[in-house]
Unconditional design. Structure first.
Length: 442
């Protein structure tokens, strides 16, 4: 019975069990890393405002890799951001806990991996999702599309940030490729990007038809809004090159370099790693070789073979026509990438023909793209710590003092986390990564 003037007592609020989800269950970072990837934590609780929930993270293993004090959670409301500052190389499990009203809690485990510190960490960024970056093309607005030589996936990355690609494309079905193309070079003309496989045997000396592929993609939009669509492909460029060399007295040993049992990364092997167009041309493409050197002896020169009708090779399937070969003195190194800017200034990324990227020397050379004109060394590069320098994203104006260039590693064979596992064999794509770095020319 109610007494006059009194109301019914307020009922106690019943809170549900909090919910918690992570944008990724696996996260990678680097000791001393700047702008490492982060994880988004989404929380909620029935009957409660999400801003009243508390989110914290703690190290549940390997505090030498990341301790509780190295993990920060920022933000309010339903969406928070978790970041880790690695203190050591290796793996650690982190527990992410949300505490709701009524004292109820929920947890998730985040598996974390940290790679070693590198030189000039402020200039380093990590492109996650793959470890075998092999060619890159600037798409404007601070973004670049990056190829991988272990898959046929093209990935769009923000050049200024570490983390996963914002978009991916795989044109294998349109090309008719069932195995890796081993993409190693790329060049852009207008809104068309030309991509080439290595054209060589696999590491066991076996011929794989999909590696003998050149294809095109069309670019629409720029930056984060860029899109790629498939164009056409040609799958006989290796055959054309071998026939051309035979007709010219086997000068470079292409037939022997492509023979069954011949590994590609030998001084007398056969392995394409660079692609760019000749000065002022939209039809003549330079094919840059990692192997063979010319001649195939220590101290030899890097080889570039012009394809004078590359536009028609892709547009109509015409047989490739070749110009006079170009031999570049790169101090005994071979060509690992070649890129030019709109002013016709070239940068040649030079490295060893050998397979051991982690100890190889590297250098950058400027060139005007003219046969008979010598390239000039402009920068000695450090060994890549984990992997080999593989890609020049774009060429700055080389006449400007202090011009900076961004390079990307192929880190597929690197032991990133100290467990003896090569990066390309890691189970989780979030732990696979290539490193980009900025270098000041000269």
């Amino acid at each position: 019975m109610l007494v006059a003037g009194l109301t019914t007592p307020a009922q106690a609020v019943t809170y549900g069990t909090p919910t918690i989800s992570l944008s990724a269950a696996y996260l990678s970072g680097a000791v001393g890393g700047v702008g490492d990837p982060v994880v988004t934590v989404t929380v909620g609780q029935s009957g409660a405002d999400a801003s009243a929930l508390t989110v914290a993270a703690s190290a549940s293993s390997k505090s030498s890799v990341a301790a509780t004090s190295d993990v920060t959670v920022t933000g309010t409301g339903a969406v928070r951001t978790l970041a880790v500052a690695a203190r050591g190389r290796g793996y650690a499990n982190l527990t992410v806990k949300v505490t709701g009203l009524g004292g109820k809690t929920a947890t998730k485990t985040l598996s974390y991996a940290a790679s070693a510190a590198v030189q000039n960490p402020a200039d380093a960024r990590y492109l996650t999702g793959s470890s075998d970056a092999s060619a890159a093309v600037d798409l404007g607005g601070g973004y670049a599309v990056v190829a991988d030589d272990e898959s046929n996936v093209l990935r769009l990355y923000d050049r200024s940030r570490s983390g996963a690609p914002v978009r991916t494309w795989d044109f294998s079905s349109q090309i008719g490729a069932t195995k890796e193309i081993d993409i190693e070079g790329a060049a852009r003309v207008g809104d068309i990007i030309y991509w080439t496989g290595s054209l060589g045997n696999n590491k066991d000396g076996e011929y794989k038809a999909d590696r003998n592929t050149v294809f095109t993609t069309k670019v629409t939009g720029t930056g984060a809004n860029a899109q790629l669509t498939y164009g056409r492909s040609y799958r006989k460029l290796r055959d054309d090159l071998v026939a051309w060399d035979k007709a010219n007295g086997n000068r470079y040993g292409f037939a022997a370099g492509t023979a069954t049992g011949q590994a590609p990364k030998q001084i007398d092997g056969f392995n394409v790693e660079g692609l760019e167009f000749a000065p002022g041309s939209t039809t003549t493409a330079y094919i840059g070789f990692r192997a063979p050197l010319a001649p195939a002896v220590p101290g030899g020169k890097a080889l570039v073979v012009p394809v004078t009708n590359m536009d028609q090779v892709l547009a109509t399937g015409a047989k490739a026509v070749f110009g006079a070969p170009i031999e570049l003195d790169l101090g005994g190194l071979s060509l690992r990438d070649i890129r030019k800017n709109a002013a016709g200034q070239y940068l040649v990324l030079a490295g060893s023909w050998a397979a051991d990227d982690n100890t190889d020397p590297y250098a950058l050379y400027s060139w005007d793209g003219v046969a008979g004109h010598a390239p000039v060394e402009v920068e000695d590069l450090p060994t890549a710590d984990a992997g080999g320098w593989e890609s020049v994203v774009e060429v700055p104006d080389l006449t400007v003092p202090g011009a900076r260039v961004q390079l990307i590693t192929d880190s597929g064979s690197a032991d990133l986390y100290g467990d003896g596992v090569e990066a390309k064999d890691l189970t989780h794509p979030e732990w696979k990564k290539s490193r980009s770095a900025w270098f000041t020319i000269g």
